[in-house]
Design a protein around this ligand. Structure first.
Ligand SMILES: *Cc1c(COP(=O)(O)O)cnc(C)c1O
Length: 395
């Protein structure tokens, strides 16, 4: 392996962070299913605790299989270091708890993952950390929403399920001037499609449960950033709160990541095909897909994403009862939340992921009762479309 990290994304996804020579020549990273590590002497143990000698101590602090995963995702995002967690929300909470202190303010994009919102509420009630929301659409809008105590700007783009985008370069340039940290939940895009750190943002978070795993069989999270920030989060919020990943789940993620580039290409290709078909169907009122030339954020997509991603939403041209009929008529596509799996998944945000949002707020966010969200899978797009079409045709 070259040491300079100049390999292409696809190559790093398969090799980065792993040296078989250090692991008995095993082609794939071994699963170090161990809770603790034996020191060769008292002095060695003392040195490891003191940090004067490299080496493992205890698997809540670090584990060789997990280290390979952390190094690999850091290289893919273009960051210096990374941490792996037992869920996406463990990653979000470690990052926010690690970065903030009492009376800080977090400025958020309008439209956040539900449990991230729940975490903000909890941080506010228990620890007096403030938060507010903004569309973050223009310099004026961003400046207006920044407070004296704003510690970080927390962004999801694309925003679920309306697929609105936020201009990361714009936000990063304003935040840098003000000394504010920009945190991006990059779950929907993955580093293959969007690299927030290269656009000037400071920290990237993933629910690795989704595309990073890609096979619907792990719950996990990741945080990527510079050495200092990652060391700070590790020390304060990972070590002492302890939401770590298991070695086996880290290994499954390493396996999933190998095919990230080819999977993302196919997810995107299928989503483009389905967007085209859905747009033409008389029972579809509107579609929300950033790859659609009529999407209001199409230009931002062109600027900061390689492709438009594998998620799209559409409104059924009919009543809520018609939506129920369409969904229940599907024969191939499972009705399920989550996303980024090989299987195409459909969900109804108004009654599932966004059911807790009050109806007026939900409608104002663009999430009507007729909206369905599709996580486009890796099946032949013709089969996915045939299933959707037969269901829409019953109306
Ligand atoms: C799923 C998801 C999360 C939470 O991740 P878990 O792995 O379920 O804990 C956070 N952010 C986004 C955008 C998600 O889709």
């Amino acid at each position: 392996m070259k040491k300079d990290g100049s390999y292409h994304f696809e190559t790093k996804a398969i090799h980065a962070g792993y040296d078989a020579k250090k692991h008995s020549d095993s082609l794939t990273p071994p699963i170090y299913q161990t809770s603790t590590f034996a020191f060769s002497s008292l002095q060695q143990g003392a040195n490891r605790f003191a940090g004067t000698e490299d080496g493992y101590i205890y698997s809540r602090l670090s584990n060789p299989t997990v280290s390979v995963l952390e190094e690999r995702i850091a290289q893919l995002e273009g960051g210096e270091a990374a941490l792996a967690f037992g869920s996406g929300i463990a990653a979000v909470s470690a990052a926010l708890i690690g970065l903030t202190k009492m009376n800080d303010h977090i400025l958020c994009s309008k439209g956040l993952y539900g449990c991230t919102f729940g975490l903000l509420q909890m941080l506010h009630e228990k620890y007096s950390i403030d938060y507010s929301f903004s569309e973050l659409k223009s310099t004026e809008d961003i400046l207006k929403n920044i407070r004296k105590n704003t510690r970080c700007i927390y962004i999801e783009t694309p925003i679920n399920p309306t697929m609105k985008l936020i201009d990361l370069k714009l936000i990063a340039s304003i935040a840098k001037e003000k000394g504010i940290i920009v945190v991006v939940d990059n779950t929907f895009s993955t580093p293959y499609l969007q690299k927030p750190l290269q656009l000037g943002c400071d920290l990237v978070i993933h629910s690795a449960t989704k595309y990073i795993c890609g096979h619907g069989d792990v719950i996990a999270g990741l945080v990527v950033g510079n050495q200092d920030m990652i060391a700070g989060i590790k020390k304060s919020a990972q070590k002492d709160i302890g939401g770590i990943i298991s070695p086996f789940d880290a290994w499954l993620l390493l396996r999933g990541i190998k095919t990230l580039a080819v999977r993302m290409d196919r997810h995107c290709e299928n989503a483009e095909k389905l967007a085209d078909q859905l747009r033409k169907h008389p029972k579809v009122k509107s579609i929300y897909y950033p790859g659609d030339k009529h999407h209001p954020d199409y230009e931002i997509m062109k600027k900061q994403m390689k492709k438009a991603g594998g998620l799209l939403s559409f409104e059924v041209n009919g009543t809520f009862e018609d939506v129920v009929k369409v969904v229940n008529q599907l024969k191939l596509i499972p009705i399920a939340v989550s996303l980024g799996d090989a299987e195409t998944l459909i969900q109804h945000p108004a009654s599932m992921t966004h059911a807790v949002v009050p109806e007026e707020v939900r409608i104002e966010m663009g999430i009507s009762n007729e909206l369905l969200r599709l996580s486009v899978g890796l099946e032949a797009w013709e089969d996915i479309w045939e299933d959707l079409k037969q269901a829409l045709d019953t109306l």
